[in-house]
Design a protein around this ligand. Sequence first.
Ligand code: 5GP
Length: 235
Amino acid sequence: MKQGDLVYSGKAKSLYRTGTEGELLVLFRDDITAFDGGKKDVLTEKGSLNARVSACLFSLLEEHRIRTHFIRSLDDSSMLVRELQMIPIEVIIRNIAAGSMVRNYPIREGTLLDPPVIVIDYKDDSRHDPMLNDDLVLALKIVSKDELLRIKDLALSVNIVLSRFFEARGIILVDFKLEFGRYNGELLVGDEISMDSMRLWDMKTKGSLDKDVYRFEKGDVLAVYRQVTEKVLKR
Ligand code: 5GP
């Protein structure tokens, strides 16, 4: 597989052309950032841990007939994906109140959210990813009414599959972020599903098993990412 021209470089991943129309190579780098890039480091192996977990979770979704951009892994840190027309929103699904939800609203950390809460943010670092509501999504013409319904439906389906998967491994899926893109008129799950984009708690201790370990300096983030990767790859 040829790594062609760089198409885009984000905070932790880079996208390259491959020589095949409609396919891109995603390289998961060892960069880790938090607080809008205010905190950054390079952690050897972190990219491969997130790439392997993402590949496994995308495959899991595909097995459940949820379409994603994932085609196949190329090596430990990179994967081949379908080139999507990305929709500039971050779809966050919350099963348990934590993170910005408890910082911004009067709700106690750990409160069960049943049904899950879906939050949609506008993906724009320069605006600090402001929260949207359905009316704003439609007014900004980001997606159509039908697509919005479909996105929420897909997000809830992903939540069911991932929550069960993690539960069976002694891990609570507290919340996570998805991105979607269009591909031949279809909505596909894109980007990544990794310890950088999920909030995971140990079922017994309620300890963090995700980027919160890095954000709030709760311990050895690589050791935690390795522990999650091992559990995920066991399948
Ligand atoms: P919160 O709103 O509590 O900060 O985040 C909720 C969930 O969405 C967390 O699992 C968090 O990792 C994920 N999330 C929110 N915004 C982003 C983002 O810009 N990038 C990534 N990778 N994950 C995000």
